[in-house]
Design a protein around this ligand. Structure first.
Ligand SMILES: O=P(O)(O)OC[C@H]1O[C@](O)(CO)[C@@H](O)[C@@H]1O
Ligand SMILES: O=C[C@H](O)[C@H](O)COP(=O)(O)O
Length: 936
């Protein structure tokens, strides 16, 4: 087609530049874009999130680029999208560069839109536009910025900085006027600073077809309803958008003729660009919008089909300035008929933002899914199997999270996602991996130093979040050649302390005192104890060399460590709570001590952090998916999160218990983690369970499968190696934060833990004065066992039977034992809980005090009142002194049990205490026998 007959080329005669509303890699690569420039006189390209969604989200055009980037390392979804999009935009810019040169910067532009998620935020939009401008690094780029209220000041700022802006999503003439004003003001600012304004280009993208779509819909509705004005309404079909655009152009002409504009000598005007020009209603001529809006100094961006149609049968004429009176009449008539154009154009802005955000979600979801597929088993797999109703409820929650931008709000620290209190202060865990990876030298140097010094043991003293993460690492990885064995001590039980001490060669033992607050009772008195013991072995000069502290800056422990000459003090991050601290120094210091490859651990965890990123929509985001399952099912009464782990990662359950229980169990709501129950057949369980399988080997696949088949909800986390532990940490942290939002609680506080601590403090203080703990008279004693609490008459068996008799549907049974956490004791508790589960089909937990007080204890006291508690205490066969205190460890342990019992009672929990006396083993045997009889 010759240049005189090609209707597209002929647009130039009327002063209009045709641009293409489309981009795709193959289309640039195979020369198609270039051919349009050559043959059709194409003068620019526009893109938007929906266009990129179609290009990148569908098909395989981008796989090669994807692989190229992956070869350089793992990247998040937005990074991948931008890498690919920017490559395309640059390539298109280069194809259009000759046009840019030949038209002396009037045309030849390629547009790239800022993230639609930012459309309502000025500062972020400015920052993003600047970033894209320098990343693309082409003079013929136009950054697309939505012409929303927040966009207007951004447009002025960017223009004043010399960045080319394509203002998008303009529907109302008033919005266009504001944008045109911002552009002029931006240029004035620039000129005022004496900077060049001749190269700053801008277009105002005025949308057309979307307006008719809305107005026509209303017209059709009213005609169908038999409106008496049906004939008049019918005559207005397909006319409002064009009339609106024509009058916008009148405003443009007035501005261009105005003195303010003329004063900006040498500047290029901000042209009107007709966007949304593809005809959506098949009843209309397919080139209608293209034909009716042709005029000087305008741009028309055409989707490929409209461009083909116009080339084929478009009839160009100077249409834009024709029939202005008619245009006014159309709008007046629309108003008379009650077709509210203002309301429509106003509504189209947020609709447009939402549509582009939806497209971006689709696009990023597709990118994230491809990334996951490419990572394969380097990434822990999450598989969710739910019964239909639960599945639907979770899908609905994920849809809500997507629509409300939940994951972006979470990463942005929007406390309103939870209870609107202090949540934003506790989100340091989100970014700790990058922070730690960038500052690993000190830890690596420390690791080398320890190796050289030949420590054989390291004892970590800490509670809850300061001990459970290290314990998982120690249990999962075991002793590493050339490094000390890590032992984690989180008990005040004298027998347990003595047992740990006996396992160590004190002369070659490093002690890690681990406490965020630095004021927790247990690590402090344990420190005092081991300090004395080591001093006796290595001497007062050397003892400090055997101690390191991990604690938050400014804590009492930091001061003590400084005073005592500890070998090192490693700081925690005060924006991370204990149970979220495992990937901070609280996990990394012990990991370094035990000789783990820190880089490997962090790099593996970072894969999951990216998968859970702000840029990964809920349906593809494993953190949000798992969180939605926990939250939605928990809210509906499936609140017993039953953890099953392959032996290789069995201890993960203990860490998860704290994360889940302490984070969610409060204000009478929350999730109750159930760790360590032996898996049973489906009929062993009630309807209050959610099963989470932490899978490293196939051992429990069959029973899990059976549960899923029987209609129990099952989530499976498949780890391919132990290093994916870091991924599991991050995934669960995110999931619990999400679940907390769904449950409507603050996942980062622990309001009920303090209550027991206060009671314990009061008891130990009283002990310091009187030398005894306040004695409570037992309700009964029998066969060496004493029972405390309200008991029915009839002796020990009857008391146990009555207590267990309280267990109803949806309840859980909890054994809270203040004894040494030895294998034999664990086994005894395990037998008792399993007997209860199998007889009563209730969830069961078996915990050791005081360890659980800093973990699940929060949920037992503050969560749902569905626990039936059996507290077990014993008299220590051999007590240990706490240096510098009147009380002993045995007294502390007793006070802790007593304090917790009082709070449990005060909270209306169903609790009974059994004191085993001096012979723990015999007492446990008697208790077990009574439990078995009670169930019989
Ligand atoms: O690290 P810290 O301050 O000693 O606290 C230990 C643990 O105690 C708790 O505060 C509960 O008492 C946990 O949240 C925390 O992980
Ligand atoms: O800049 C181009 C616009 O984003 C595009 O024309 C919108 O067109 P649509 O209304 O057909 O989505």
């Amino acid at each position: 087609m010759s240049s005189t007959t090609n209707p597209l080329r002929r647009l130039a005669e009327f002063g209009q530049s045709p641009w293409l509303d489309f981009i795709r890699r193959g289309f640039i690569a195979d020369g198609s874009l270039h051919r349009l420039v050559q043959a059709d006189g194409l003068k620019g390209v526009t893109s938007n999130p929906a266009i990129f969604e179609k290009a990148i989200g569908e098909g395989t055009d981008y796989d090669e680029g994807f692989r190229r980037l992956a070869a350089k390392g793992d990247h998040g979804a937005v990074e991948i999208y931008e890498y690919l999009a920017i490559e395309d935009i640059r390539a298109a810019c280069d194809v259009l560069r000759p046009v840019y040169e030949a038209t002396r910067r009037v045309d030849g532009y390629v547009s790239l839109e800022v993230s639609p998620y930012l459309a309502l935020r000025t500062e972020e939009t400015v920052a993003e536009a600047r970033r894209l401008w320098s990343a693309v690094n082409r003079p013929n780029l136009m950054v697309k910025v939505p012409g929303t209220e927040a966009g207007v000041p951004a447009i002025q700022r960017l223009t004043s900085e010399g960045i080319n802006v394509n203002v998008t999503l303009l529907f109302a003439r008033s919005a266009y006027a504001a944008v045109a004003e911002a552009f002029i003001a931006g240029l004035e600012e620039r000129a005022g600073r004496g900077e060049d304004i001749s190269h700053v280009a801008s277009v105002a993208s005025f949308f057309v077809s979307r307006i008719d779509t809305q107005i026509d819909k209303e017209i059709d509705r009213r005609i169908a309803a038999g409106d008496p004005e049906s004939d008049a309404l019918r005559r207005l079909r397909g006319r409002a958008a064009i009339a609106n655009a024509k009058l916008a152009y009148v405003h443009y002409q007035e501005l261009a003729a105005g003195s303010r504009w003329r004063a900006l000598r040498g500047a290029m005007p901000q042209r009107l660009l007709w966007a949304s020009t593809g005809v959506k209603d098949k009843a209309y001529r397919d080139v209608m919008y293209a034909e009716e809006l042709i005029g000087p100094d305008t741009v028309d961006t055409l989707p490929p089909a409209t461009m083909d149609a116009f080339r084929d049968h478009g009839r160009p004429r100077a249409s834009l300035t024709e029939g202005l009176d008619e245009a006014r009449e159309v709008l007046a008539m629309a108003e008379r008929l009650g077709l509210d154009l203002d309301a429509v154009t106003q509504r189209l802005v947020p609709d447009g933002v939402r549509q582009f955000a939806d497209a971006a979600d689709q696009l990023l979801g597709a990118v994230a899914a491809k990334r996951t597929a490419m990572l394969g088993d380097r990434l822990l797999g999450l598989e969710v199997t739910l019964p239909e109703a639960e599945s639907k409820a979770v899908e609905a929650e994920l849809a809500r999270w997507r629509a409300e931008g939940g994951i972006r709000r979470l990463w942005a620290g929007d406390a309103g996602l939870w209870t609107g209190t202090d949540e934003a202060r506790w989100l340091g865990w989100l970014r700790i991996l990058d922070e730690r990876s960038a500052h690993l030298e000190a830890l690596l140097a420390f690791q080398r130093e320890l190796r050289e010094e030949g420590f054989t043991h390291a004892v970590l003293l800490g509670m809850g979040g300061s001990s459970l993460g290290p314990e998982v690492l120690a249990e999962t990885f075991g002793r590493q050649e050339g490094y000390p064995e890590l032992l984690v001590l989180d008990s005040t039980d004298p027998a347990q302390i003595a047992a740990f001490e006996a396992r160590c060669d004190l002369a070659r033992t490093l002690v890690i005192v681990s406490s965020k607050s630095g004021s927790t009772l247990e690590p402090n008195i344990l420190k005092a104890y081991f300090w004395e013991r080591l001093k006796a072995v290595v001497g007062p000069e050397r003892v400090g060399r055997h101690f390191v502290a991990v604690t938050d800056p400014g804590s009492q422990l930091e001061r003590v460590a400084g005073h005592d000459g500890f070998r090192r003090v490693f700081p925690g991050d005060p924006s991370i709570g204990g149970r979220y601290s495992v990937l901070s120094n609280f996990g990394l210091v012990p990991a370094a001590v035990m000789g783990l490859d820190l880089r490997r651990l962090l790099a593996s965890a970072a894969l999951m952090a990216r998968s859970c990123g702000a840029d990964v929509p809920p349906a593809q985001n494993p953190g949000v998916r798992l969180g939605a399952v926990l939250g939605v099912l928990g809210r509906a009464g499936r609140d017993k999160v039953t953890l099953t782990a392959s032996p290789g990662v069995a201890d993960l359950g203990a860490w998860l218990e704290q994360l889940i229980a302490e984070s969610t169990g409060k204000v009478g709501r929350g999730l109750v983690p159930v760790d360590g129950e032996t898996l049973g057949a489906p009929d062993a369980y009630g309807g209050d369970r959610l099963f989470a399988h932490l899978r490293l080997d196939a051992g429990q696949d069959a029973p899990m499968e059976a549960l899923a088949r029987a209609g129990q909800p099952v989530v499976r986390l498949a780890l391919t190696d132990r290093w994916q532990l870091g991924q599991a940490f991050f995934l669960w942290e995110m999931a619990v934060a999400v679940a907390g939002s769904i449950l409507g609680i603050n996942p980062f506080d622990q309001p009920d833990v303090e209550a027991s601590k206060v009671r314990t403090r009061a008891l130990t203080a009283a002990y310091a004065v009187s030398g005894t703990l306040p004695a409570e008279a037992p309700a009964l004693t029998e066969d060496g066992l004493a029972v405390f609490g309200e008991v029915a008459p009839g002796g020990f068996d009857a008391a146990i039977r009555a207590h267990l008799g309280q267990l109803g549907e949806g309840d859980y049974f909890a054994l809270l034992a203040y004894v040494e956490r030895s294998e034999a004791h664990r086994a005894a508790l395990q037998r008792m809980r399993m007997a209860v589960r199998d007889a009563r089909r209730v969830a069961t937990v078996a915990e050791f005090g005081p360890r659980f007080l800093h973990s699940t204890g929060q949920a037992y006291k503050g969560g749902p009142n569905s626990g039936v508690f059996l507290q077990i205490t014993a008299a220590p066969a051999r007590d240990l002194p706490v240096p510098g205190e009147k009380y002993s460890f045995g007294i502390v342990e007793a006070a802790q049990a007593q304090g917790d019992l009082e709070v449990l009672r005060e909270r209306g929990r169903r609790v009974l205490r059994v004191h085993l006396g001096l012979d723990t083993e015999a007492g446990l045997r008697r208790l077990e026998a009574a439990v078995v009889r009670a169930l019989g």
